[in-house]
Design a protein around this ligand. Structure first.
Ligand code: NAD
Length: 470
């Protein structure tokens, strides 16, 4: 068992004197300086990963699983240090479904990935033919991640890739490199050399990874625009891609709901991680019969959710992670208020206060074509649109070119499932929104991307299918 570093020692192990300065989004205070690597550094990391890959692929699956289990133990042992760093760099509070929850999910996903049945299918087994579909390692997998759930999404990308015998090179977001550096530092203590490497750097490093001849596959989570760029950069090498891109998830509340009973789940579906979640509820469609009561119940729940600095144990909502995201939220809420929509709660941020805090905002009586509805806000502002018929609600929900998640809210499960089947989204939840599970595949439709993560489907997606016939 490796000894666990203190927060200060962990930070000292991953920071440098000159590089990218990371500021706490709640206070503006420095957190640490992350290395800022070049494309040449990336090339060197890929070469080392390629050299290590045959040995890792030859390691029995049981031993690779054992390493993933030990990695989960190591993450748990360093859990508090990782959570504090994540909170300081990303902004999310320690408590609520935030930093400690994210670190816990990393350990849970490592264990679940080790426990997932190895994919292998007997296709035909009779007197004439024995055909099996097996899955070979791909080689070196590149993992490019965003800043909203930096540790958890990195684990989602690397755990299945390692399990299937690939080595991995990670390019974290330039906004949250320290979180990923610290996580990888903890993981590599229990992995063979060069099986897992992290190269913090800017978008040019990501672009090089996408086009690199010795990278077999890119796992990407981030914006649709960057996903399109990765498709272009990877074309020459015919690279495999899993693209988990932006979303603008709709929720449809049917007229038979009990508004007070669903309000808590509705709120967290939209405001988890202060709204900075790909599969958060971003547009809420509520039947006119229950519209006012749903709005009132949401306001009550929202008022009771404290927002502030992440290290304060009391808070469950934090700041936006960066100024660019703050500006997006501000612009979209301003467009809603300028249109005459009703501010039920929030808006009007205090521009003079330190940190990128945008208040929890609920906007009612808003048109479906308002930018706060049609664009991804990725922050703590929920538009609530009134509808009269289910057909109208389904048409509005399906009216955008993204389709990550969606939800239907009803006391009648059969009725909800009927509406769910009509929605163009990779996952439709009923009476909940955004929950993911390591054994349930997750992925988007339309411009939310393609490919599945998690479960057996997730393992297959980081392997090369091969038929053995005979
Ligand atoms: P982003 O696309 O700006 O950045 C993501 C990563 O891509 C970063 O590491 C960045 O450095 C890198 N990158 C930028 N340009 C690149 C290029 N040309 N080639 C290769 N890499 C490049 O996304 P973000 O702002 O960090 O994340 C927010 C977005 O991510 C939102 O749209 C959100 O919905 C989406 N997201 C999706 C999921 C999902 O599972 N579908 C999960 C989380 C976030």
């Amino acid at each position: 068992m490796t000894s666990t570093l203190s927060y200060e020692d962990l930070l000292a192990a991953i920071t440098v004197d000159e590089g990218r300065e990371i500021l706490d989004p709640a206070t503006g205070e420095p957190v640490g300086i992350a290395p800022d690597r070049t494309v040449e550094d990336l090339d060197a990391a890929v070469a080392r990963a390629a050299a290590a890959q045959p040995g890792w692929a030859a390691t029995p699956d049981t031993e690779r699983c054992d390493r993933l289990l030990r990695a989960a133990d190591a993450v748990e042992a360093a859990g508090e240090q990782l959570a504090v760093l994540l909170s300081r760099e990303q902004g999310k509070p320690l408590n609520g479904p935030n930093a400690r929850f994210e670190v816990g999910a990393c350990a849970a996903w490592l264990r679940a990935t080790a426990a997932t049945p190895y994919p292998r299918e007997v296709l035909i087994d009779d007197d004439e033919t024995h055909a099996e579909l097996t899955y070979r390692p791909l080689g070196v997998v590149g993992a490019i991640g965003p800043w909203n759930w930096p540790m958890m999404i990195t684990i989602w990308q690397i755990a299945p890739a390692l399990r299937m015998g690939n080595t991995v090179v990670v390019k974290p977001s330039e906004y949250t490199p320290l979180s990923v550096l610290a996580l990888v530092r903890v993981l590599t203590a229990v992995l063979p050399d060069d099986v897992l490497t992290v190269v913090p750097g800017g978008r040019e490093v990501g672009s090089r990874l996408a086009g690199h001849a010795d990278i077999a596959k890119v796992m990407f989570t981030g914006s649709t625009r960057t996903g399109q760029s990765i498709i272009r950069d990877s074309a020459d090498t015919i690279k495999r891609l899993t693209l988990e891109l932006g979303g603008n998830d709709a929720g449809i509340v049917l007229p038979d709901v009990d508004p007070e009973a669903i309000a808590e789940n509705l709120f967290w579906g939209a405001f988890i991680n202060t709204g900075q979640t790909c599969a958060a509820l971003k547009r809420l469609y509520v039947h006119t019969d229950v519209y006012d009561r749903v709005c009132a119940a949401l306001v009550d729940v929202a008022r009771a959710a404290p927002q502030g600095r992440g290290l304060d144990e009391n808070n469950v909502l934090g700041p936006l992670q960066n100024g660019a995201q703050y500006e997006i939220v501000r612009r979209l809420v301003d467009s809603a208020t300028a249109s005459g929509a009703t501010v039920l709660l929030g808006a009007n941020p205090d521009h003079d206060a330190p940190g990128w805090f945008y208040p929890t905002t609920l906007i009612a009586d808003i048109d479906n074509d308002n930018p706060l509805v049609t664009e991804e806000q990725f922050g703590p502002a929920l538009p609530i649109v009134r509808y009269s018929t289910v057909d109208e609600a389904v048409a509005m929900a399906n009216g955008l070119d993204v389709g990550l998640g969606a939800s239907v809210w009803s006391s009648d499960r059969a009725a909800a499932r009927e509406v769910a089947a009509r929605l163009e989204a990779g996952t439709v939840w009923i009476n909940a929104h955004g929950g993911v599970h390591p054994m349930i595949p997750f992925g988007g439709l339309k411009k939310s991307g393609y490919g599945l993560e998690f479960g057996v489907e997730g393992l297959k997606s980081v392997a090369a299918p091969q038929v053995i016939n005979g």
